[in-house]
Design a protein around this ligand. Structure first.
Ligand code: OSB
Ligand code: MG
Length: 367
């Protein structure tokens, strides 16, 4: 296929409620929606999941816009592509900027699935028809977090992740355990600890967590390995894993026992599948992380999580978890705590163009 045209939409959507992590709180979500046209007039959709500030990775919406405009889109427009796994090779001379790359590569996957008349899930190698999912509760007071958990449990969520930080961890988690003694529960620190906090982290073993996600800094493979040896609770790495190579280092060093896969963070679905396959071969379970994304990225996550080694429910909540109205139809919904994998051709969700127009701040067309 040849990509004839790319349209970049810089958007902003308001969250239904503020979302707080150890880094700070979000009220609005800026993103870049990528729309690609092939030579037959088909359109494929992708989403850049970088945030407005570089707290989660080094990228921002603004850096991604620059990378797409000046390097990545021109590389894709200039090439004949027979399979989306060729897209990372087109970007081989462009270092990192994984989220910008993934936004474009995701749209090529959508086009490829359409051209080969299969669902995105099937094109990626997915097998199952519905996936188990979980929900994330941002940092807040214990009573507020408990109230949210009651509400999400009533919605059908069966796995819960809570954000923690050193000033708010054991009390919070043991408080949750008093009310929900057996619920599948995990905690995400977003790198808020150092190895000096090891005694604090060891105490969390009492809370019977499925895992603790990214306790230490993103480049701290060695310290995570030391920590994992001391903890009964499995460590899961999120921010540390930018590539298959990072996953290999983490698993070989014993830095984690579980890997969180986000296509955006690793440069696209192709690399996500490679990490999935490597983890599967090494008996390391994976799950699909979330980025407070619109339905385009959310829909890709649903497809990705249908691969066989995604054995732990991911942060793939319903559209309504973050949005009053999502960018896709149908929206992602829960049925008995599960999400159906779309079996229509391509992404399987339609982009709501009139809503896209309403949330767009800036558009750019490249040919
Ligand atoms: O660390 O997993 C994370 C959201 C934004 C940035 C980083 C993370 C998260 C989440 C997922 O925890 C929240 C969601 O998408 O509902
Ligand atoms: Mg995380």
């Amino acid at each position: 296929m040849r990509i004839q045209k790319a349209v970049l939409h810089r958007t902003s959507m308001k969250l239904v409620s503020p979302f707080a992590t150890s880094y700070g709180a979000y009220h609005d979500r800026e993103s870049i929606i990528v729309e690609l046209y092939d030579e037959d007039g088909r359109t494929g959709w992708g989403e850049v999941v970088a945030f407005s500030q570089p707290w989660y990775t080094e990228e921002t919406v603004q850096t991604a816009w620059h990378m797409l405009m000046d390097f990545l889109v021109p590389a894709v427009l200039a090439s004949e592509i027979s399979h989306p796994n060729e897209v990372p090779k087109l970007f081989a001379g462009i270092k990192r900027n994984n989220m910008a790359k993934a936004g474009l590569e995701g749209a090529v996957w959508d086009l490829y699935a359409q051209r080969t008349e299969q669902s995105l899930a099937r094109a990626l190698g997915g097998r199952i028809n519905e996936i188990e999912v979980g929900v994330v509760i941002g940092l807040d007071t214990l009573p507020n977090m408990l109230q949210k958990m009651e509400q999400y449990a009533a919605d059908g969520y069966k796995r819960f992740k809570v954000k923690i930080k050193p000033e708010n961890d054991y009390e919070l988690l043991s408080g949750i355990r008093k009310v929900f003694p057996d619920i599948p529960l995990m905690a995400d620190a977003n790198s808020a600890y150092t190895l000096d906090d090891i005694e604090k982290l060891k105490r969390l073993d009492e809370c019977n967590l499925m895992m603790i996600e990214q306790p230490l800094a993103d480049n701290d493979f060695m310290d995570h390995a030391v920590l994992q040896k001391e903890l009964h609770t499995p460590v899961c790495l999120d921010e540390s894993i930018h590539s298959l190579e990072d996953a290999r280092v983490a698993i070989q060093l014993g830095s984690c026992r579980i890997v969180n896969i986000k296509a955006g963070r690793v440069g696209g679905l192709t690399e996500a599948i490679r990490i999935h396959d490597y983890c599967q071969a090494h008996h390391v379970p994976v799950w699909c992380g979330g980025m407070i994304e619109t339905g385009i990225s959310r829909g890709q996550n649903v497809a990705l999580a249908s691969l066989p080694n995604f054995t732990i429910p991911g942060d793939i909540s319903a559209s309504s978890r973050h949005w009053e109205r999502d960018l896709i139809t149908p929206e992602v919904t829960l049925q008995n705590g599960k999400v159906k994998v779309q079996n229509g051709i391509g992404l399987g969700y339609k982009v709501d163009r009139s809503y896209l127009k309403r949330i767009t701040l800036q558009t750019s067309i490249l040919t």
